[in-house]
Design a protein around this ligand. Structure first.
Ligand code: 3SL
Length: 241
């Protein structure tokens, strides 16, 4: 198994498809997706376009759907939810489908949607992702960070490092053997340095600072935890996890 890290969807190789592709948007789309599915959500359907989201979700019974949307970190007007995983309680989401569109996370998922296996990873469900990879042993794995509007994001990189670090710990494979590119080696180094203070790292991240300005401190705290949800968000059909 070789792991490749791409910091943004735009940096992924154009004419290739890996055996398994993992979208990461720790702050906050993939943390929210994992939380909804762990709380009994029927499924999560992702959209880059808000109008398309409205059109498709309208064909779904009102009591069985929830609309979640974020632009610039803030909730989309008229939707029940923004993109805070803390709002996705079992009471609210159980048995319902979440229709979601966010600035960056949904773009990462769309970029990899044609891969044979598509997963959504965050720190909170890292262990489930690692277990899947160790069981299935896909030859080529892409970890695709969502970044922020085309640029590098610390929190997605540290999550890629956390996944790789756990595989190394469990299998004793060397970082050089596991890593398909230098980005992954850098991510392992970042995680090794910050693993005991991931929340502290988020305070240095530009999107972490943006969310703090929006008073989302509890979201940062929640998303900085590792291995708290045993859930594997996996694409069932294009755009639906
Ligand atoms: O960009 C995204 O996809 C979001 O996760 C950003 S936010 O954390 O909801 O602001």
């Amino acid at each position: 198994m070789k792991l490749f890290l791409y910091h943004t969807p735009e940096l992924t190789p154009k004419d290739e498809i890996p055996d398994c592709a993992i979208a990461v948007d720790v702050l906050r789309a993939t943390s929210t997706i994992a939380t909804v599915l762990a709380a009994g959500g029927e499924a999560v359907q992702v959209f880059s376009d808000l109008e398309k989201l409205i059109e498709v979700s309208e064909q779904w019974p009102v009591e069985k759907r929830l609309r979640a949307g974020e632009r610039g970190g803030a909730k989309v007007t008229g939707f029940e939810l923004g993109n805070s995983p803390l709002d996705c309680t079992p009471e609210l989401v159980h048995g319902r489908r979440l229709f979601i569109s966010t600035t960056n996370g949904t773009r990462a998922l769309q970029r990899i949607q044609n891969s044979p296996s598509v997963l959504a990873a965050a720190l909170i469900n890292r262990a489930a992702i690692v277990d899947f990879l160790l069981e299935k042993q896909p030859e080529t794995v892409w970890i695709v960070g969502s970044g922020w509007e085309g640029s590098f994001a610390l929190e997605d990189t540290v999550c890629a490092g956390a996944i790789a670090h756990s595989i190394i710990e469990k299998t004793h494979v060397s970082p050089d053997k596991l890593a398909g590119n230098d980005e992954l080696i850098g991510a392992i180094a970042l995680y090794t340095q910050w693993q005991d203070n991931l929340l502290g790292l988020f305070h240095h991240a530009s999107h972490g600072k943006r969310l703090l300005r929006l008073e989302c401190h509890e979201d940062l705290k929640y998303c900085s935890q590792t291995d708290i949800l045993d859930v594997l968000p996996m694409q069932q059909e294009i755009g639906v996890l």
